[in-house]
Design a binder for this molecule. Sequence first.
Ligand code: SF4
Ligand code: MG
Length: 305
Amino acid sequence: MAGLKVEWNDWCPGCGNFGILSAEQQAIQELGLDPKKVVIVSGIGCSGKIPHFMRLPVSGVHTLHGRALTFAIGIKLANPSLEVIVNGGDGDQLGIGIGHFVSAGRRNVDITVIIHNNGVYGLTKGQASPTLKLGVKTKSLPQPNINSDINPIAVAIAAGYTFAARGYAYDVKHLKELIKKAIKHKGLAMIDVLQPCPTYNDIQTKEYYDKRVYKLDDDPTWDPVVKKPEEVEEKMNKAIDKSMEWGDRIPIGVFYQNELVPTYEQRILQRSPSYLDNPPASQTVEFEGKPITDIDDILKERSIG
Ligand code: SF4
Ligand code: MG
């Protein structure tokens, strides 16, 4: 989809998605990434439109509902020199996509996952999404939410993500810095972004979050980075405990970071030493219209189970 950009943006006025779009573009620019080496992969939902609205010459892939992560992992493994960012809603990634979201943690592929968390399915008129709390009644629900919610930070850490953070769509500067950290992180990084949907979620509004969010960075004793293996359990537990704080105060910032876990790319490299020099995307597969690659040999060499 490279180069296919629309000239208009149909998100509702005041939508938190604008802040995420802005922060993401600024992060890509400030990191000095070559836009041609950046791929934005999205699912289905209001957030899924983000590749179309990018004002940078990055590549974009607007995929299927709940499947963006699988496309992203495939793109990254085929061409590990690319910087791959997944954008998807809470409904997209934590509802239909939750299986992929959880299993991705086992692999620790070096990509960034951004959740546009608005508590509703905005594109389909505001049904309760997996992050809406039990008993909350937003304006499009006939009765209060009957389901309990998923905590994206806790799920990500328990699943094996090696970077977990929470941002706020209206604090673009802070979110931009989080996205930069997530991109620079070596491993699977997730940012849960509190994203007001002024059209369908009249509870978790900008006013609601403005008076509640506080930054973990403001606490000089908060240190989410694992520096040695013995710290893993303690830092995981602290991060999950902190992520449960939700009431008059809601923390944002980095909850957990562990770069001691090998990435999936490093694991492949151990079995296939030529992987980074000659990844699948740069291999010649045909000559004069005829396949020249023996798929059986490739599968044998890359037998990574
Ligand atoms: Fe944003 Fe909600 Fe409108 Fe979708 S419905 S564009 S999430 S405000
Ligand atoms: Mg949503």
